[in-house]
Ligand binder design. Structure first.
Ligand SMILES: Cc1cc2nc3c(=O)[nH]c(=O)nc-3n(C[C@H](O)[C@H](O)[C@H](O)COP(=O)(O)OP(=O)(O)OC[C@H]3O[C@@H](n4cnc5c(N)ncnc54)[C@H](O)[C@@H]3O)c2cc1C
Length: 537
């Protein structure tokens, strides 16, 4: 067993993304471009931490040695990373806080925290890295006290079975710690969500997360082999088998459980030897349709790629501008001369321990211009840095949100056109323009995920901003549903997607989910109102 790594006093922004010593400056050319697309921008001041601390009500929890009730710890665990969360944090209008935060260091302490919470009738929110973008970790208003149970201090590698290539970790381990434990032994998990810096193994499992190289390494569902769940009714041990036909799989029940059944305390994952070579390549296609045909061909013919990320024309243009590099202008002019004009779309593909030749040849077959590794490696270098741009944009007066779905190939092109249009139409009702960027990033033999980023101007009034966000999000979600897409490919349900869950699961499916909640948690103590509303079990 390795020593626990301390990340209690990290210099993490309390009201934005990431380490507060890291900035992602906006190149002047990109700022001009945003003004051209969205209109004149205004910056509005954010609430100060000291002012927010003064609004935190007295804790309703009796003292316990494992529970911290100071205002700053409670503020820092009050919200995740969705746009509504940012609006609440940055405006200082936070209507609910946890009454305390437990930071256990062992499984026994988790059991003790659950016992304490049950004895006093508290609600418990399991908390990994707090990177949820759909309201997973926000306390809902409650007459009972709310206790956030943060797994921050539970980040040890418990064992590594090199014969079976199985590693067991405490569930609070965050991406960089997990990979450094494995790297020291020559292995990798290969799960790289963009939130890698802060999100945790338990959070990935509880939200059915997908990493950027899922095409090679798989989604967390394929990596998660088993582990332990502590519920208010006792613990559930999920045994590790390479495969099993022993009826419905409890492991599958834990995946996506969003803290509703209990706390995942430890998890065993399937690891691989660290790759010997990895590279990322850029390709331009004259049109989006040609790009889609190429990525579909690549996956349906099993060509060796570890990732495919195909940007639409708008995202391609914006990505190039955001690099701020001087060579971009002459390079894009040269692309236009040879026929890759305004409709051009950029594909970045990765290969791991394989040659890029087969994928490159497939791209050429569909009109792709393979341009080497410069753009691909710039993407790789910045892939965990790009969330920092959200801080800069906000401070310049621009709000950013993302949403995602997945659906069969036969409907991908239509949905990828309709989702941005729905967002643009919703913004028009407020006389606002919105910049919508789309890419396909998780590609399957039978379909793809569509990932949408939209940028629009902030308003001085946080309620007005929230109203605009809600209108755009609802329009996009309804369009996703109308096209037969899932409400989420990787972000999960939380509270923001909860109204759409019944449409996907059906009445009987939801009743089964509620019955599971009741079985593990008869008093409705765990993460209230996430997935399905508490009290309706
Ligand atoms: C900038 C950014 C980029 C992102 N990129 C991606 C991406 O590429 N792919 C992707 O899949 N997601 C992405 N996300 C979403 C988010 O990072 C994932 O949902 C992630 O899996 C959440 O992990 P976490 O540890 O932060 O969990 P938290 O946000 O702390 O919690 C999420 C949910 O999981 C539950 N939970 C957490 N730990 C446990 C546990 N040990 N036991 C039981 N329940 C638990 C919580 O109760 C909650 O319901 C991104 C988010 C941001 C802000």
């Amino acid at each position: 067993m390795t020593r626990a790594l301390s990340r209690d006093k990290f210099m993490r922004r309390w009201n934005g993304w990431g380490d507060d010593s890291i900035d992602y400056p906006l190149p002047a050319s990109a700022e001009n471009y945003l003004v051209e697309k969205l209109g004149a921008l205004s910056a509005f001041p954010d609430a100060r931490l000291s002012a927010v601390l003064a609004t935190v009500p007295t804790s309703r929890l009796p003292t316990h040695p494992l529970v911290q009730t100071d205002a700053e710890t409670r503020v820092r665990h009050a919200r995740g990373q969705s746009l509504p969360d940012w609006i609440a944090l940055r405006s200082g209008r936070i209507d609910t806080f946890p009454d305390g935060v437990a930071l256990p260091t062992s499984e026994d302490e988790i059991v003790e925290v659950l016992r304490y919470a049950r004895a006093i009738g508290a609600r418990v929110i399991p908390y990994g890295g707090g990177t949820s973008v759909v309201g997973h970790i926000n306390p809902s208003p409650s007459a009972a006290p709310v206790l956030t149970l943060a797994l921050t201090r539970m980040n040890r590698l418990l064992s590594l079975d090199e014969t079976s290539r199985l590693a067991t970790f405490e569930a609070g381990v965050a991406g960089p710690h997990l990979e450094s434990h494995l790297d020291a032994r020559g292995y990798t998990l290969g799960h790289f969500p963009q939130s890698f810096e802060y999100s945790t193994l338990g959070g990935w499992i509880a939200t059915r997360s997908s990493g950027q190289q899922s095409l090679y390494y798989g989604r967390i569902e394929q990596m998660f082999a088993g582990g332990r769940l502590q519920t208010p009714q006792g613990h559930v041990e999920i045994p590790i088998f390479p495969a099993s036909a022993a009826g419905p799989d409890v492991r599958e029940m834990v995946l996506g459980s969003e803290g509703r059944f209990g706390v995942i305390t430890q998890a065993t994952v399937r690891v691989r030897p660290r790759p010997r070579a990895e590279s990322f390549h850029g390709v331009f296609f004259p049109t989006w349709e040609q790009g889609i045909a190429a990525v579909r061909y690549i996956v349906q013919n099993n060509l060796p790629v570890s990732m495919l990320r195909l940007s639409d024309a708008q995202e391609t243009e914006t990505t190039l501008l955001l690099t701020g590099k001087r060579w971009i202008e002459p390079a894009t002019r040269a692309l236009s001369w040879i026929g890759y004009r305004a409709e051009r779309c950029l594909l970045i593909f990765g290969v791991t321990d394989a040659s890029p030749r087969a994928a490159s040849a497939a791209c050429r077959r569909f009109g792709g211009l393979v341009i080497g590794t410069l753009i691909g490696h710039t993407w790789q270098k910045n892939r965990f840095l790009s969330p920092y741009l959200r801080n800069t944009l906000w401070e310049r007066g621009v709000a950013v949100d993302t949403l995602e779905t997945a659906l069969p190939w036969a409907r991908v092109a239509d949905a990828a056109r309709a989702i941005p249009q729905a967002i643009v139409n919703a913004a028009r009702a407020y006389d606002e323009r919105v910049l919508v960027l789309v890419h396909l990033s998780h590609i399957y033999r039978d379909g793809a995920s569509i990932y949408t980023t939209y940028l629009f101007r902030r308003t001085a009034d946080p309620d007005a901003l929230l109203e605009r966000w809600r209108a755009m999000k609802t329009a996009a979600s309804e369009t996703i549903h109308a096209h037969g897409g899932t409400i989420t490919h990787q972000h999960g349900i939380g509270t923001d997607h909860a109204p759409y869950l019944a449409r996907e699961k059906g009445a009987l499916g939801i009743a089964a989910l509620r019955a599971l909640c009741r079985t593990f948690d008869p008093d409705g103590m765990m993460n209230p109102d996430k997935l399905v509303r508490t009290g309706e079990e």
